[in-house]
Design a binder for this molecule. Structure first.
Ligand code: PEP
Ligand code: MG
Length: 886
């Protein structure tokens, strides 16, 4: 038969799934011989049964009663014994810490008789009645469902009647009166009496903690922290000890090191004459733990010894809650403590130095997310006020600047030395100059793979997108917040790309030394040294290579400094923007082959120069150049703008500009309802004569130029959006033809591997066939996610993902972390079939997921050769690739 209850002497830290984190660690401390008030843990399994069936699991009551008897025997007192009661605390404790999210009930065992016994045994009448009123209040609200505010109301009435400023001014008689008033309140509200039977109190408290697993707060917390819904909580039943018995008692929390910086040394807060709950609730001001040292050196020395024991045993930063009862120290809880990113790196390095953990363990203790946080300047969160609005944190960092509402204004002000934040409903490629000029991009629409998000991330620029509560009025050059605050152009705002907050005014910033290290290679003591060591370890153990998505020589050079081992995706369409757009327009509008050829010939040298620059920046390393991908009409002016221009001219009685008329015809001809599913990728190459040939020639001639200059160019040519091997075969013939042509003309043999993106389900499912024509695969997981789920990557995140996240359909956007079960499955199939057909097939990923920590682990496990991500994510990907290999 299943067991549902374990005494603290029976468990251990490796039983956290069953006993919850708190229960497992209480057991571990008990085993270590630390002073833990005795108790037992009801398992998460019991909770799951209760939540599934709505009934108390069979046998649970018996087991609890047996463990209680054992506890009573050890204590030499019975639960609620009238003359000297044993009292218990009942606390939740899930597998993953959910601080304050579930219920706690203290002082179980008090009733009208035992409160008198407690008064006598403690010699403190006020304390006894205060404990009793706390129990009635906690039990009444948590177990019996009376609104907490009603209790506060009653307390308020009594305080007023007594002229008392605080609870502390109420004496024993007042508190006894309060207990009566509370009991009456419960009777009125529920029709039931507060139970006098200690056993019943205990039983109902345990079930109430089970139920609190599904409380609103707890559910919300789990969603945000990605904690599974079905784990359930354990319940810890423990002998009460009291920190509020007078000046020689108290409660505190302590860390074995500073959790913000990692500095070694006992660190924490102490509250004399108080229960633990008072410390956490921040009711009274705590004193630094040093004060305990001054007042009670023996307790302090014990605490220090126990903390050392814990840190050596857990081989990590531990935090604890403790209580001192009449000078005697009790350990109430410990766990491996949460810490800031900076502290994580510092502690890992130090514990390695101290020989407590191996370098690999040190690497396991830090994270890519933490590293990302350390790479950007941050807002000093202690100094910012309320946020104006919240959006999606699409690209991390902290930026301050004057709000501007179009690209030209951004460029103008930036040129004059002003820092600006570009605010748009959403961005388009036209906004690029403004985005480059801005410190941050803020949009009211679009998700984490919207144009603004992808481009900003690529530039390492702060981006908060999809802040739907903002009403952006580009015409009037202002935005309005939900509460009606109007922010005019030029007003300084601060955008926090870590959590999506937007503030009015300039929030104070803290600079990143870690970023300087990646940019310059300069090492310095402290944090930077710890980061450098983690990076070295990661590079030493990782199997995955890390490349960068880069479209310019500057990005490529930056990525290389950040440790990129090549370019995994050069999006050539990004090279068609700005002034060159006119040339692309001419190519699209060409009425015959000659005109088209002219337009293409004008583009050729420009493209070649781009490639020369990138190949030079990545000399000796592979550069994957992707042939043009997006629908051509993206390079034409906006349809509505044109129509309006023509209609206005006509209304004035003028003849519309013939160029406008011609453009509109072209735009109409090329208009697609679903451009993402339309004429783009390989399809463009197959239907627009000369386009591929021009691009391949530019690549090949760049290779020749670099070779002649003594370089080692390693260009790879990648065909996007292939769904059928036939598409690739035809395109590839064209590619090979041009490569051969340039080789013959130049006398320099140009060998470029030709591969394909796998970004359509059909490509993944027919990967074996496609591999016959492809020398490498690169998963375009942005499109693959879009097409697998049927989610428009530009729309859905802002439109309804928050509802999907709320409903728990997924815990993270599939555009952010790879959907392992669906998209991931397609990746696995394509890897297996691709390699079966061509064992030496090189496989990478270049969608946004390439820089996402969780996804990097998946790609490692799936057997990919490399991930490619934006330059600023390269260190994160290196670190996570190392951790994945542990
Ligand atoms: C992809 O689809 O994942 C990809 C890298 O291509 P793009 O984002 O340019 O469509
Ligand atoms: Mg794509």
């Amino acid at each position: 038969m299943d067991r549902f209850v374990y005494a603290f002497t029976e468990g251990g830290r490796d039983m956290a799934a069953l006993l919850g984190g708190k229960g497992a660690n209480l057991a571990e401390m008990t085993l270590l011989g630390l002073p833990v008030p005795p108790g037992f843990t009801v398992t998460t399994e019991a909770c799951r049964v209760f939540l599934d069936t709505g009934a108390e699991p069979d046998g649970l009551a018996r087991e609890i009663s047996d463990h209680l008897t054992a506890l009573e025997q050890t204590a030499g007192r019975r639960l609620g014994q009238p003359d000297d009661p044993l009292l218990l605390s009942v606390r939740s404790g899930a597998r993953f810490s959910m601080p304050g999210m579930m219920e706690t009930i203290l002082d179980i065992g008090l009733n009208d008789a035992s409160v008198l016994g407690l008064a006598k045994s403690s010699g403190n009448e006020r304390f006894a009645w205060d404990s009793y009123r706390r129990l009635v209040q906690m039990f009444g609200s948590t177990v019996m469902g009376v609104d907490t505010a009603r209790f506060e109301h009653v307390m308020g009435d009594i305080k007023r009647a007594r002229g008392a400023a605080s609870d502390l001014d109420l004496d024993a008689a007042d508190l006894a009166g309060l207990v009566e008033a509370y009991k009456e309140l419960i009777r009125q509200e529920t029709g039931d009496d507060f139970p006098q039977s200690p056993a019943e109190q205990l039983r109902r408290a345990v079930l109430a903690v089970f139920e609190s697993w599904n409380g609103e707060r707890a559910r919300l917390y789990r969603r945000r922290e990605h904690i599974p819904e079905d784990l359930g909580t354990a319940v810890n039943v423990q002998t009460m000890v009291f920190g509020n018995l007078g000046p020689d008692s108290g409660s505190g929390v302590a860390f074995t090191r500073d959790p913000a910086t990692g500095q070694p040394g006992l660190y924490g807060d102490y509250l004399p004459n108080a229960q633990g709950e008072d410390v956490v609730a921040g009711i009274r001001n705590t004193v630094p733990i040093r004060e305990l040292e001054e007042r009670y050196p023996t307790s302090y020395a014990q605490l220090r010894d126990h903390m050392r024991t814990l840190e050596t045993h857990y081989r990590d930063l531990c935090d604890i809650e403790f209580t001192v009862e009449h000078g005697r120290l009790w350990m109430l809880q410990t766990r491996v403590g949460k810490r800031a990113a900076e502290a994580a790196f510092a502690i890992a390095a130090e514990l390695v130095d101290e020989g407590l953990i191996s370098p690999d363990e040190g690497l396991a203790r830090v994270s890519g997310d933490g590293l990302a946080r350390l790479m950007f300047p941050r807002f000093d969160t202690s100094a910012v006020g309320d946020a104006l609005a919240h959006g999606l944190p699409a690209s991390p960092g902290a930026a301050v600047g004057a709000a501007v509402f179009d690209s030209a204004e951004a460029v103008r002000r930036a040129a004059a030395g002003e820092k600006v934040v570009l605010v748009r409903q959403e961005t388009t490629p036209d906004d690029l100059p403004g985005m480059i000029a801005a410190q941050a991009v803020l949009t009211s629409r679009g998700g984490k793979t919207s144009h603004a998000a992808v481009v900003a991330r690529g530039m390492g620029k702060v981006c908060v997108c999809g802040a739907e509560e903002l009403l952006v009025d580009t015409e009037a050059r202002r935005f309005t917040t939900r509460d009606g605050t109007v922010v005019e152009e030029g007003t300084v705002v601060s955008a926090d790309g870590f959590d999506g907050s937007v503030y009015l005014g300039a929030a104070p910033l803290v600079d990143s030394t870690v970023m300087r290290y990646f940019e310059t290679g300069e090492r310095s003591a402290g944090l930077v040294e710890s980061v450098a060591r983690a990076m070295e370890r990661a590079d030493g153990v990782r199997r995955l290579e890390v490349r960068a998505n880069a479209d310019t020589p500057e990005d490529a050079a930056l990525a290389r400094r950040f440790g990129a081992q090549g370019v995994g995706l050069c999006r050539t369409e990004h090279m068609f923007l700005g002034e060159r757009r006119k040339l692309v327009e001419a190519m699209i509008l060409a009425r015959n082959d000659t005109e088209r050829e002219e337009a293409l010939n004008a583009l050729l040298p420009l493209q070649r120069q781009d490639f020369v620059g990138i190949l030079e920046a990545m000399d000796g390393l592979p550069v994957t150049v992707r042939l043009i991908d997006p629908p051509l009409h993206e390079f034409l002016p906006d349809r509505t703008d044109l129509a309006v221009r023509i209609a206005t001219a006509e209304a004035r009685g003028d003849v519309p500009d013939p160029h406008d008329t011609e453009l509109l015809e072209a735009v109409n001809r090329m208009h697609e309802e679903n451009p993402m599913l339309g004429l783009r990728g390989v399809r463009l190459g197959l239907v627009v004569p000369g386009l591929v040939a021009m691009q391949v020639r530019a690549i090949a001639e760049a290779v020749v130029e670099r070779t002649r200059a003594g370089g080692f160019p390693e260009a790879e040519i990648m065909v996007p959006l292939v769904g059928a091997v036939e598409e690739l075969r035809i395109e590839r013939e064209e590619v090979e033809r041009v490569l051969a042509e340039v080789s013959a003309e130049s006398g320099i043999p140009v060998h470029c591997p030709v591969g394909t993106m796998i970004e359509l389900p059909r490509a993944a499912l027919t990967a074996g066939r496609i591999a016959e024509e492809a020398e490498f695969f690169s998963f375009g997981t942005n499109d693959l996610t879009q097409t697998t789920w049927g989610f428009s990557r530009d729309d859905v995140e802002a439109a309804f993902f928050s509802a999907y996240l709320d409903k728990g359909i997924f815990a993270t956007s599939p555009f952010e972390a790879i959907d392992r079960a669906g998209v991931g499955r397609l990746v696995q199939i394509a890897v297996a079939e691709g390699r079966a057909a061509r064992p030496e097939l090189k496989i990478g990923v270049c969608g946004e997921h390439g820089g996402d920590p969780d996804s990097v682990h998946f790609f490692h496990a799936a057997g990919l050769d490399y991930v490619s991500c934006s330059p600023f994510r390269v260190p994160v990907a290196r670190l996570e690739a190392g951790r994945a290999a542990l």
